[in-house]
Design a protein around this ligand. Structure first.
Ligand SMILES: *Cc1c(COP(=O)(O)O)cnc(C)c1O
Length: 383
């Protein structure tokens, strides 16, 4: 029983004697009881892999954390209340006043915001680097550089990065590497197998998969770093509800099935979009025509359902008519759930071709792909 698809379906082993349900038990707690004063006074020793206080971990928390660590190919997972909280957790565990961190231009906007506005205020310096920098990251590493963030493909514009090359160059200089792997999940790419030190996922997206929960995870294979993460989570006062853990555990066994469907349908739609006269460009690395295709093909086993495109007539009015004519692609933020979604994203000046001001981001859900194409076709006719 080696395949992760099979292992994700196995019920966890904390089922009470005689209650052989396939469902995960949900355990709520603030207080944890201790049998005697000695163990009560020792409770701190159990903060990071046992039970000391509801905030620091319940059986439901550990059931999800250990499944996610398996999905990452081994290591220890810390759970936090959102994807952004996972970013804050890594920054908090690694960066102190006077330290320097590097981020790719395509990084998730809120990761940049929190690094700049929250950690910047506390004396952390940062620089952006070009997504295609690869081993050239060396030239940006300063004596006080402690961390390099990677995110491949990047949020909204989907630039790929040569993560293995960045890891080698950073490690050669003693710098740690974190990767936001929300787009691919470890089913598409396993950051820790490529030497990444911290693998981050917004579980809000594909692991939750049903647009009804928010959570984040950070996984590492190093015991000291794992302890530092759990300590930071405790100091930040982070708490993850067992009900949310249950929802994530409910989503996990179908993750491989869902992702295959999201990927197949998104690839079909990406190809179809390329053939539309109104479309200037499609951003989706699994497309052979993508400038990032070679890297994607080299490193990734699977794609996912999020892509974006630019219209030739990129004025906001054209986009408004297009988006408002859609019926199956609903207008809303976030993605990774079973439903198809559309979002309108303003492009940072100079980020892409000069002609484009707006990006249309699609999340391709698990509906019939033919219906989704019909929906897009009708919207193009309206716009
Ligand atoms: C959505 C997202 C996040 C943040 O997740 P939340 O749970 O919404 O805070 C972080 N990184 C990436 C790449 C995302 O897409």
């Amino acid at each position: 029983m080696h395949d992760i698809t099979t292992r994700l379906v196995q019920p966890s082993e904390d089922i009470p004697e005689g209650f052989a349900s396939l469902s995960q038990g949900v355990f709520h707690a603030s207080t944890i009881l201790f049998p005697d004063v000695a163990s009560f006074l020792q409770r701190q020793a159990q903060t990071h892999d046992g039970y000391s206080y509801g905030k620091n971990g319940t059986p439901t928390y550990y059931a999800l954390a250990s499944k996610l660590a398996e999905l990452e190919g081994g290591g220890k997972t810390a759970l936090v209340p959102s994807g952004l909280a996972a970013v804050v957790l890594v920054n908090s565990a690694v960066l102190s006043a006077g330290d320097h961190v590097l981020l790719p231009e395509g990084i998730y906007g809120s990761t940049l915001d929190t690094t700049r506005r929250l950690f910047g205020k506390r004396g952390v310096q940062y620089n952006l680097y070009r997504d295609d920098i690869g081993a050239g990251i060396s030239t940006l590493i300063a004596p006080n550089t402690k961390l390099v963030w990677t995110e491949s493909p990047g949020s909204n514009t989907l630039e790929m990065q040569d993560v293995p090359a960045i890891v080698s160059a950073a490690h050669a200089r003693g710098v740690l590497v974190a990767m936001d792997n929300t787009w691919a999940t470890p089913l598409g790419f396993r950051p820790l197998d490529s030497g990444v030190d911290f693998s981050v996922q917004a579980l809000t997206k594909y692991v939750g998969g049903h647009s009804d929960l928010m959570m984040g995870a950070v996984t590492t294979r190093d015991d000291a770093r794992s302890k530092a993460l759990r300590e930071s989570a405790e100091l930040l006062g982070y708490y993850v509800s067992p009900d949310e853990c249950f929802l994530a555990l409910r989503g996990l066994p179908t993750l491989p099935l869902r992702l295959e469907r999201h990927f197949a349908s998104a690839l079909h739609i990406a190809h179809w979009l390329e053939g539309q006269p109104a479309v200037a460009r499609v951003n989706y690395p699994p497309l052979e025509s993508s400038p990032w295709h070679a890297l994607w093909k080299r490193d990734y086993k699977l794609g996912s359902g999020m892509l974006s495109f630019v219209l030739k007539l990129s004025g906001l009015e054209t986009i408004e008519r297009f988006v408002e004519a859609l019926k199956l692609f609903r207008l809303g933020n976030s993605w990774g759930g079973i439903h198809s979604l559309v979002a309108v994203i303003p492009l940072a000046a100079g980020k892409m071709a000069a002609e484009a001001e707006w990006l249309v981001r699609l999340h391709v859900g698990i509906e019939d792909p033919m219906d989704l194409v019909d929906d897009l076709q009708r919207a193009f006719a309206f716009s």
